[in-house]
Design a protein around this ligand. Structure first.
Ligand code: GLN
Length: 281
C-alpha cells in the first residue's frame, strides 16, 4: 500500500476523532520516523509490510480513543517537546496562558523563588525555569510516576535551576518565601460528563477531577499558599471556565489583592491570580 492510500484509509477509520487526517499523518510519521513533509514529498512510496502492521495497530488504538500524545509519547508545549505517558495529564495549549502571566511577573535580572504544585509532566516548572534562568524552580506532585516523567523532561531540556519532590500540595513544602506559586490543579467536578469523553477518559483521574464541584484542591491551595508567599508575591491558578466567581471569592476571602481572571484562547475565564499585599494585612 502507498503512503497516500494508507493515510486515506486511516483517516476514514478515525470517524470519532475531530482531527482524523492530522492523527493519521502524525501516527504514520511515528512509524516511519520521518517529519510530515516526507509524506508530502513521497506520497507514492510503498509502506513496507512490517511498518504497515505497526501503523494499523496504532490506528486501532486511536480508534478506541487512546490520545495521540500517549501513542507518540510526547506533546509540544511552549515550543518544547515533553514526554508524556498515561501517568500524566497531556499538556494543553490553554496552560500557555499561565506561562505568559508568570513570565510577565518574574524578573529577568534577579533571582526569584517559584513553586509549581501538581507539576505532572513538569511543563509549567520546566518552561519557567528555561525562560528565566535566574529563577529557582520547584515542582511537586503527589504521584511518584509523574515526578519521574517531570525529571526526565527536565534532563532532556538540560534545565539546571529546578528541583522536584513528592508532596501532597503543601504538606512537605517547608519554605515560606516564594515570589510565585503556580498550579494547574485538578478542577473538574467528579460527576462532570466530560470525564467520559475524548482524551479525558485515558488521563489520570487524580489529575483531572476534585471533590466539592471541582473546587476542593483549588480552595486548599488558595488558603495554604498565602502564608508561603513573600509580601507582594503572587498566586496563579488555572481553573474551569465556569469557576471564575467561586475562585475569585476564595482569593478575596483569603485577603489576596488585585485579584484578576484572564481568558484563554477560546475566550473563556481560565486563570485567576492575586497578590499577597505588600503592606501588612
Ligand atoms: N501541571 C501539569 C499541567 O499543567 C499537570 C496538571 C495536572 O495534572 N492537573 O499540565
Amino acid at each position: 500500500m502507498q503512503l497516500n492510500a494508507a493515510l486515506q484509509t486511516a483517516t476514514e477509520r478515525l470517524t470519532e476523532s475531530d482531527s482524523a487526517a492530522l492523527d493519521a499523518e502524525v501516527l504514520l510519521c511515528l512509524v516511519l520516523q520521518k517529519q510530515r513533509s516526507y509524506l508530502r514529498a513521497w506520497p507514492d512510496l510503498e509502506l513496507p509490510t512490517d511498518l504497515a502492521l505497526q501503523y494499523w495497530a496504532l490506528i486501532k488504538q486511536r480508534q478506541q480513543g487512546m490520545p495521540v500524545a500517549y501513542l507518540t509519547g510526547y506533546r509540544e508545549f511552549w515550543s518544547r517537546d515533553f514526554q508524556v505517558t498515561p501517568d500524566v495529564l497531556i499538556p494543553r495549549a490553554d496552560t500557555e496562558l499561565l506561562i505568559e502571566l508568570c513570565l510577565a511577573l518574574i524578573p529577568t535580572d534577579k533571582p526569584c523563588k517559584i513553586i509549581d504544585l501538581g507539576t505532572g509532566s513538569g511543563i509549567i516548572a520546566i518552561t519557567l525555569a528555561a525562560e528565566r534562568p535566574l529563577a529557582a524552580l520547584t515542582g511537586t506532585d503527589l504521584s511518584l510516576s509523574a515526578l519521574a516523567i517531570a525529571k526526565m523532561n527536565a534532563e532532556q531540556h538540560q534545565i539546571p535551576n529546578i528541583q522536584f519532590y513528592q508532596s501532597d500540595w503543601f504538606a512537605k513544602v517547608s519554605d515560606d518565601d516564594f515570589h510565585i506559586i503556580v498550579s494547574n490543579p485538578p478542577y473538574i467536578a467528579e460527576d462532570d460528563e466530560h470525564l467520559n469523553l475524548g482524551d479525558l477518559r485515558f488521563e489520570p483521574r487524580s489529575a483531572l477531577s476534585a471533590a466539592e464541584s471541582g473546587l476542593r484542591d483549588i480552595s486548599m491551595i488558595i488558603h495554604a499558599a498565602y502564608p508561603r508567599l513573600i509580601s507582594g508575591g503572587y498566586l496563579l491558578i488555572e481553573h474551569g471556565y465556569d469557576q471564575q466567581q467561586q475562585v475569585q471569592t476564595l482569593f478575596k476571602e483569603c485577603h489576596y489583592q488585585h485579584v484578576q481572571t484572564v481568558n484563554d484562547l477560546a475566550g473563556l475565564p481560565r486563570v485567576t491570580y492575586g497578590q499577597r499585599p505588600t503592606t501588612p494585612n
